[in-house]
Design a protein around this ligand. Sequence first.
Ligand code: FES
Length: 107
Amino acid sequence: MPKVVFVLPDGTQTGVDARDGDSVMLAATQNGVPGIVAECGGNTSCATCHVWVRDDFAPRLDPPGDMEEDLLDLAVSERRDGSRLSCQVPVTSELDGLTVEIPAVQP
Ligand code: FES
């Protein structure tokens, strides 16, 4: 199982095992990681699953689709280079150790 590492707003890191193919959002919510609200359940309509993907992993992800781009532009509190909606990022074994930061506030 690939591991996803979440960096909480206070700097604490927590690693969880994800099922191959699950989204980063599901890896968080199914393992009780705080800060990923995921109000819409992964339907690309809430942006409460915003994360900042660490630089070493961001270039290895497929780019965001149009709906994700729109939400990132309009709905997240602070868009950075690594901003992604975690419900749109699948975890694969090639991404073992994927590390994402969770914003202190979700929109
Ligand atoms: Fe709503 Fe990701 S869970 S956009």
